[in-house]
Design a protein around this ligand. Structure first.
Ligand code: SAM
Length: 273
């Protein structure tokens, strides 16, 4: 029995493929490719002539026999159009089926837009959540964002250029104006990692509609502006500033109570103090 190798391929720059991936593709009995035309270009670049069969969203069940027949004779390499199979790409069902049938599954490390965007973003990498493509429908999008809002993890989403601004706007409304990065056309000629906040990025891409492939990285809940409690010293200082500007005592106390999260009566008493 052969092995099912999961083989990541470049997300743009054809040099982004490992020596091991090339060897596995060359030596496999069959390559199961999401789109054989796309993979053919990669194989041609490296003079690989391994036979291919298509394995995509719409034939993934019908193709199981072909792939397991080949696995009975030798190794099969699973590739998607770009990046890592199974990551918002076909692969999951085949891997599950292989494991159920006792076929060894070997994952090769390699390119994925999610990880490239994360490490280039400058946002914390110690805890992150990949959410794939966010829902398109506005109510579902907001619901999903609301679920993600309390998480102290950097969020990574795939997004299409024509929905980017709407997603940034919705994210700002639901999550607050967090730091974020739009990673566009990674590893390609027009690669851009634009860093800012959800609102500055929305303004930029409203004025300059984006093209190409996009991965969105958003700071986690802990990256939002600090909600640390104010100490008495900070409350007194804010009060002094407002009173010095001539604000009435009760209005100043109300405003500072709202800003600081303190009880209004306590703030008022401090202002009299
Ligand atoms: N399996 C792939 C991976 O591991 O990166 C992702 C496949 S998913 C169908 C395609 C989406 O990934 C694109 O719509 C885009 O959101 C993101 N993506 C792919 N290539 C990219 C690139 N070069 N730069 C930025 N995002 C990219």
């Amino acid at each position: 029995m052969g092995t099912l190798y999961i083989v990541p391929t470049p997300i743009g720059n054809l040099e982004d493929i490992t020596l091991r991936a090339l060897r596995v593709l060359r030596e496999a009995r069959l390559i199961a490719a999401e789109d054989t035309r796309t993979t053919r270009k990669l194989l041609a670049r490296y003079n690989i002539t391994t036979p291919m069969t298509s394995y995509h969203e719409h034939n993934k069940l019908a193709k199981l026999d072909t792939i397991f027949d080949a696995l009975a004779e030798g190794d099969v390499a699973l590739v998607s159009d770009a990046g890592t199979p199974g990551i918002s790409d076909p692969g999951f069902e085949l891997i599950q089926e292989a494991l159920a049938r006792g076929v060894p599954v070997v994952p090769l490390p390699g390119p994925s837009a999610a990880i490239a965007a994360l490490i280039g973003s400058g946002l914390p990498t110690d805890r992150f959540l990949f959410v794939g493509f966010l829902p398109r429908q506005p109510a579902a999008l907001r619901r999903t964002l609301a679920e993600l809002a309390p998480l102290r993890a950097t969020l990574i989403a795939y997004e299409s250029p024509n929905r980017l601004v709407a997603t940034l706007d919705a994210a700002r409304e639901v999550l607050g104006d967090r730091p974020a990065v739009v990673a566009r056309e990674l590893t390609k000629l027009h690669e851009e990692l634009r860093r800012g906040t959800l609102s500055t990025l929305a303004d930029h891409f409203r004025a300059h509609p984006p093209r190409g492939e996009i991965t969105l990285v958003i700071g986690g809940a802990s990256e939002a502006p600090s909600a640390a409690p104010w100490d008495e010293h900070a409350v007194r200082r804010a009060l002094r500033e407002r009173l010095a500007r001539g604000e009435p005592r009760s209005a100043a106390a109300r405003a500072v109570a709202e800003e600081s999260g303190w009880n209004r009566r306590d703030v008022y008493n401090l202002s009299v103090d």
